[in-house]
Design a protein around this ligand. Sequence first.
Ligand code: C2E
Ligand code: CA
Ligand code: CA
Ligand code: CA
Length: 278
Amino acid sequence: ARRKGKNQIEFFDPAQMEAAQQRLSEESDLLSALENQQFAIWLQPQVDTATDNVCSAEVLLRQKQPNGQWELPADLIERIEACGLIVAVGYWVLEESCRLLAAWQHKGIMMPLSVNLSALQLLHQNMVSDLLMLMKRYRIATGTLILEVTESHRIDDPQKAVDILRPLREAGVRVALDDFGMGYAGLLQLQHMKSLPVDILKIDKAFVDLIPDDTSMVSAIIQLARSLNLEIVAEGVENQAQYEWLKAAGVESVQGYLFARAVQPEIFEQDYLSGSRP
Ligand code: C2E
Ligand code: CA
Ligand code: CA
Ligand code: CA
């Protein structure tokens, strides 16, 4: 037991000790996974509704499973966050993405990549300088790196978000607000959005799922995005009816299983960058 305050004694809690040990072993497992190339980035195409062509891709983390398959276990991101490794893993994802962008741009291909950023990563003090350094080292062309941040990041201080995102946008990064409509304050937070440094709004799959039966929410979101001059991406598009509706509504691009799931970068290059397929 150790002393706490004047007369209080805090007893050693075996359950807490166990939890701490578990976190430590989880951390070393994840670190060795990172070192042993058990993580990979996969790319899900995004399709331009005006041309039906692939116009960009979202970078999605995958982990090699014992059965040899590459998947993203449902709780992996949370576990990475819980043991404090999200900044390291997030940096790795950013660097892999910059490496791909640089290789493409070297060949004159200006396909943008959209990378997910966890809230903890966004708020980390070195994030901005680290990312600026990566962009410089890989000579990333303006507008080709997009950061996806979510509304539910609960950035309590909107000014803080502005301060973080401004230098990145000045360096040519674009910012997408991911999972829009799913945040804790939902549409009520809109007042803050006018000053938020965001370029793209991603409509969450939950609203796309309701098309064409109930389009009231998705219509409201589109109207809002228009009034804020934001480009719109709809995610989770699984059928043709949804695609037609979104296209007619003027949504710029869509992403979903109707077109493709995430694939390995080599497959993405083969299928969408080699010019051998429409
Ligand atoms: P998200 O950012 O909302 O990413 C979209 C998720 O929806 C992806 O799942 C994608 O595979 C899936 N999806 C895309 N189209 C469809 C569709 O038509 N139908 C259905 N049912 N699902 C579709 P995934 O790859 O399992 O990723 C889950 C979440 O994990 C992501 O949600 C994102 O929040 C997080 N995540 C993935 N990669 C990263 C990463 O590198 N960093 C961070 N911080 N988070 C990541
Ligand atoms: Ca995303
Ligand atoms: Ca999303
Ligand atoms: Ca989502």
